[in-house]
Design a protein around this ligand. Structure first.
Ligand code: BLA
Length: 512
């Protein structure tokens, strides 16, 4: 029943996943008009938990179902869908079936109050809340004390989340700048590790899904084969519009994505967003080979753990940048001091070329200062002959490219501006006549993609049938320059310009 999206590249991103008109079957949803606390819409399965069919519920006061006290209490609560509230379940008793313990998660969005009922007895976590919090604080401690590199943090994260949530496979999926992603950590029980190091194309998580996942941090699909339960009536009667389910934990899932998971032999998932600062950094994705319900309290602690992982990644990024920026400034000062001992800038730079090249992990230093050429490094003399992306004709870090480069500011590229290596361009005069360029060599990389090589291109829009790994050889790119290199380039350029201006002032003074 997946819509046919073949041939339409934007169709994936246009699927309005926040208004699917249906929920998943593991709970019951009511939409309430907060003006009079009457029921506007109910999911078609309402009788399962609430003993009343949607036709009997719609239009009725919510108080008939939950009693006036429960409704009065709800009316006083802050129901805005901020992250922690979303798994904050209230135990409720339905007037018509008081013996059945239910829990209810409530939020308010787009002028409707949405109530989601779940059977308290369902779900795999029968652990007490003390037990859950003990496990959570243990995990938090492990993550806070994890090593300082990203891989270490992610590995600890999957181990701890795996233990807490109990799925068969737990992964950290990290986005790249173009939104494709890589599985950077994987933990399994009973299954072999399968996806570690595999890359997936950006279209696997289309833009509107990514946007939604930055507003809600956690979502669960307990059974990919569960039927979609429509809302009754399908449109909000007062407004004639579909109900916005962005924040509903029962929100019905895109049929394309369900097919994707079936093709992966996955029966249930839980996915947690990692927001590092304001950036959607990645996700913790859990798979189960069998259906798996996750209780509201367990969802709550899993989300807290994921937030701790994101905070740990943020701290590591901040520390890394702070140390890097300090080092960049120190190096620039060191270079300026060394250059001040040289009679002229060109010979000074030539003497320190090796140091500069190693700081930037480059192999060519070229440029012109006071009209005099500078050429240092193993790739600079003779000019570097590097294979192009096409693999055929060699390209050179030459005057032609430099003339084409932006004459203002520090220019850094990871993917080659023409089609060769990355370069740091330091323009030293307003007309770009004086400059230095540091060139970085091509780094041929092997990228392992998960199952997109079966005859189609990797931007195909239907969920793929196979997840077998295949390798792509990526040429014509260097390793990217990071923010710290950029900052170092800015600092060094400023010192070089100061020095050039000093030399100019001196030579003018001599002329007088
Ligand atoms: C959603 N795609 C998702 C989600 C993940 C992935 C994690 C979040 C929902 C969930 O919890 O499962 C992708 N899952 C992955 C990846 C791995 C994984 C990369 O386990 C790696 C191990 N998907 C496609 C194509 C389309 C598409 C071609 O492959 C569109 C035509 C769509 N993916 C799609 C949509 C959603 C999605 C629409 C949102 C589902 C929803 O929330 O309703």
């Amino acid at each position: 029943n997946a819509p046919d999206l073949a041939g339409d590249r934007n169709a994936c991103e246009r699927e309005p996943i926040h208004i699917p008109g249906a929920i998943q079957p593991h709970g019951v949803l009511l939409s309430i008009d907060p003006a009079d606390w009457s029921i506007a819409q109910a999911s078609a399965n309402s009788a399962d938990l609430l003993t009343m069919a949607p036709e009997d519920l719609c239009g009725r006061p919510l108080a008939d179902l939950l009693g006036p006290d429960a409704v009065a209490e709800l009316a006083c609560r802050d129901l805005s869908p901020v992250f922690p509230h979303l798994h904050d379940a209230i135990p409720v008793a339905v007037a018509t079936a008081p013996q059945r313990p239910l829990c209810c998660v409530v939020h308010r969005h787009d002028d409707r109050v949405i109530l989601e009922f779940e059977d308290t007895a369902a779900g795999t976590a029968h652990a007490s809340s003390e037990e859950l919090h003990r496990k959570l604080s243990y995990g938090v401690g492990r993550i806070a004390r994890s090593g300082d590199d990203v891989r270490d943090i992610c590995e600890t994260a999957v181990i701890e989340m795996h233990g807490l949530a109990g799925f068969d496979r737990t992964m950290v999926y990290r986005f790249d700048t173009d939104w494709h992603g890589e599985v950077v950590a994987e933990q399994t029980s009973g299954l072999p590790k399968r996806y570690l190091g595999h890359h997936f194309p950006a279209s696997d998580i289309p833009a509107q899904a990514r946007e939604l996942y930055t507003r809600t941090l956690l979502r669960v699909i307990p059974d990919v084969d569960g039927p979609a339960i429509p809302l009754v009536p399908p449109l909000d009667p007062a407004r004639g519009q579909p109900l916005d389910l962005s924040y509903a934990s029962l929100r019905g899932v895109s049929p394309i994505h369900l097919q994707y998971l079936r093709n992966m032999d996955v029966r249930a998932t839980m996915a947690l967003s990692l927001l590092v600062g304001n950036r959607f950094w990645g996700m913790i994705v859990c798979h189960s080979a069998t259906p798996r319900t996750v209780s509201a309290p367990l969802r709550g602690v899993c989300q807290e753990l994921a937030e701790v992982v994101a905070a740990r990644l943020f701290r590591r990024d901040a520390e890394h940048r702070a140390t890097g920026f300090l080092q960049a400034r120190n190096r620039a000062d060191m270079l300026a001091d060394a250059l001040s001992e040289s009679p002229d800038l060109v010979s000074g730079i030539e003497r320190r070329a090796q140091m500069l090249l190693s700081w930037f992990d480059c192999t060519a230093l070229l440029g012109r200062i006071h009209g005099k050429p500078v050429r240092c490094g193993t790739d600079a003399t003779p000019p570097p002959a590097l294979p192009t992306r096409r693999g055929a004709d060699p390209v050179r870090l030459d005057d032609q490219w430099i003339a084409a480069a932006d004459p203002v500011g520090v220019y850094i590229t990871g993917a080659a501006r023409a089609d060769f290596v990355g370069a740091v361009h330091l323009p030293l005069s307003p007309d770009g006549g004086d400059y230095l360029v540091l060139g970085r060599r091509e780094r041929v990389r092997t990228v392992v993609w998960a199952g997109v090589a079966d005859g189609r291109d990797k931007h195909d829009l239907s969920p793929r049938a196979s997840f077998e790994a295949w390798s792509e050889i990526v040429r014509g790119r260097s390793l990217p320059f990071d923010d710290v290199s950029h900052q170092m380039a800015v600092e060094i350029r400023r010192r070089l310009i100061d020095r050039l201006m000093l030399e100019e002032r001196r030579s003018r003074a001599l002329e007088l």
